[in-house]
Write a protein that binds this ligand. Sequence first.
Ligand code: HEM
Ligand code: HEM
Length: 404
Amino acid sequence: MAEELERSVLVGRLTRPISGLMATTYRWVDERLGVTDLVHQLLYEAVPRRGAWAYSLGSATLILIVLQIVTGMFLLWTYVPSTTEAWLSLNFIEHHDEFAAIVRGMHLWGAYILFVVIGLHMVRTFVSGSYKKPRELNWIVGVVLFLLVLGLGITGAMLPWDQAAYWTATVVTHVVDYFPIFGTQLQEILRGGPQMGPATLTRFFAIHIWLLPALLVPLIGLHLILLRRHGEHGSWVNYEGVEEETEAERAERMARAEAPYPALPSDPGYAVPMDLDDFFPSQVFKDALVSFGLVLLIFIMAIVIGAPIERAANPAALNYVPTPEWFFLPLDQLLVQFPQAWMIPVGVFILPGIGTTLLILVPFLDRTPGRQPWRRPEVMVPALFVLLFLIFEAMLAVNRLFNL
Ligand code: HEM
Ligand code: HEM
């Protein structure tokens, strides 16, 4: 009954700005498509009440990816994916098309800020122990999403076909050759032949604009379906006192739980947050504010700094030293620290391979029962060490490349 009332209030809210014929039309469509029910389901889902600002990072990641897709689609109106025209088309944008220059700046700064936000989202879900039962698979899907976004960053950097892009593509496809067993085949697939050439740009363009997005979009869908299935875990602040609860109190809390809780299977006490709220309006408001702030920041960076473009690619300029994108600095530094013979096998494949495998296995390696980070030193201390190591490597790389 209460739900019926809520739904009719919602229909009222949705149709209030539309009067007369429009309202009748809305009702006609709604009866057939069930728009109101869908909006109702999306908005009135239970979420944990406490820590809501930290849970805005996932939706901010989503909004920034949508922004990348939209700005990318606009860029396709002018960008020409050919080795002779790519640089010219972007150079034209920079000097003669103010709107496209801002869109291009937004695509670049959107990517940079996306990397920061997705990294923070990862750190947040890690510190909260959100990967624990029953959300292990959603963590693994997240790791794959992270790798796909990194792939989009690196393939995007090759598209301007300026000096930086050309030499980055050369280095990346050179490294791929060392991949065990089918390295040479992989290199030829990426280069579109044994040597770098026009087909190389076409390949990276195709990977950037449809292959990776075609994998990314359905996987984001899966991430969100799993999120809806188990509900937001939130963080330890939502489970204070679970250990002191009696069996009867816990059973009563489980029985009172609103959908999608209780999230099962789960460690005792962690199936339902202590205090729930509706997704709308409180969480939606916080999500919207954070995402809006980030999009505004991207817009400002696009106007103030924009997207640089170097000289056109020159395969004869052998003394050119490409500077990697900032998010690859730790890996770049790691590479130069190894002796020549180990550099690529260990620096590119073995260490990052071990790192990715450990990241995927986090939910199965962490056997600690609680959620508070200070009660999980077995996972928090190594993770902190890895994070500090990556920051330290990035600083060394900046020092080496820019002589600071
Ligand atoms: C394309 C990138 C991604 C998108 C669009 C995305 C989106 C979201 C959204 C909207 C939420 C719910 C709100 C929140 O808790 O912030 C969420 C939760 C979650 N995400 Fe992601 N995410 C992405 C990448 C990742 C990555 C890289 C990881 C970790 C490796 C990850 C792991 C998780 C986990 C474990 C949850 C559940 C959090 C909880 O229940 O407390 N996600 N994600
Ligand atoms: C998460 C998604 C994406 C990320 C992280 C990303 C990242 C990037 C980056 C870093 C660049 C290089 C910008 C520069 O140095 O100028 C780039 C270029 C480009 N991207 Fe994306 N991109 C994404 C999605 C897309 C999509 C979906 C499309 C097409 C619909 C697209 C189309 C383009 C085009 C045409 C360029 C070349 C223009 C230019 O370099 O300014 N991108 N992308």
